[in-house]
Design a protein around this ligand. Sequence first.
Ligand code: AVJ
Length: 322
Amino acid sequence: MTAPVRLPRLIETLDEESAAFLTDVLTGLSADPKTIPPKYFYDERGSQLFEAITRTPEYYPTRTEIGILERHAGDIAALMPKGAAMVEFGAGAITKARILLGAAPIEIFVPVDISADFLGGEASRLQRERPGLTVLPVAADFTKPFTLPKAVAGRPLVGFFPGSTLGNFEPHEAAAFLKHAANMLGSGSTLIIGIDLVKDPEVLSRAYNDEAGVTAAFNLNLLRRIDRELGADFDTAGFWHRAFYNRERMRVEMHLASRVRQRVRVDGRCFDFRRGETIHTESSYKYTPEMFRALALGSGWTPAAMWLDEQQWFSVHALTAR
Ligand code: AVJ
C-alpha cells in the first residue's frame, strides 16, 4: 500500500496567501481613492529594500530606536520574568530583538513575520549564534489571529513590536491589534513597543523621500510584485513615488502616482488611472507619548514605562496586559 501523498504545508499556505493578495489588490484598485495594504511591500526584494531604507541617512527611526534599546536594555530586561518566551511581531532581520535577547532572561524566541523566506534565513542565523536559546519562527500575517508554538505554553510571555509598525494601522485597527495582542499574550504579560513621535514635518518628509531613492524603489517594487505574482501589466515607469506628512491626520502618506492617463490589467480586469491619480500604499501614523498611552490604556494595556532618545523623536513603551 502506498502512503497518502502529503503536500508540504508551506505550499498550501502560499496558495492561500496569493489568493488573499489578489483579492486585496482587486478590492483596493476598485476603491476610490485606490489603495493597496502596505503589508504587501515585503516580498524578498521588498524586505531587502526596507533594510536598505533603514541605512539611509534620512530614515532616523531605526537607528534612533536601536539607540534607545541599547541604552536602556538593562531597564527593559528588568521587566521580563525569568524563563520568559518573547514573541516578536514582524521580526524582519531580528536586529532589535538581539539587543534584548543579550540582556534579558529569555529562553524561547518566537519571531513572527509574513515574509517566510526572509524569516527562515534570519531565524536559523540567530539559532546558530545562540545555541542556548530556542528559536521557533512562525510565518504568519500577524495582523490576524495566529497560533503560538505549543512550546511556549505555561511560560511568561513578552511581546515585542518595534519599528513603529503599529503606525501602519488606522487608529481603529491599532486599537484592535493591541486588544488582540493582550488576549493572545494573556493577562499580566508585557509588551515592549516602539512608536515614532510627531515632530518637525521637514524631518518626517525627508525620512520618506531619501536622496538615493531607496524609498521610491521600495514603493515601486510593489507594482513589480503585482506584475510578477498576479500577472498584471503595471509599467513602473508610468508611476512615481510621492510621500508627504499629512498634518491633520498626523501621518506620513506614501502614494504611487500615475504619470499619465492609463489603463492597467490585473487578472483580466481593467483599472483606469487619471493623470496624477494615486494608489495610496502606506500611512505611517505618528503619535505623541500621551496619545499613544491613551490608545494603549483603552486597548487592554496599562502603561508601565517609557524611554525616549535625546531629541524625543522616538519612544519605546513597556505595557502590562490587564
Ligand atoms: C516599517 C512601517 C515602520 O512606516 O516608517 C519606511 C515602513 N515605509 N519607509 C514606516 C516604511 C517607508 C516603516 N514601517
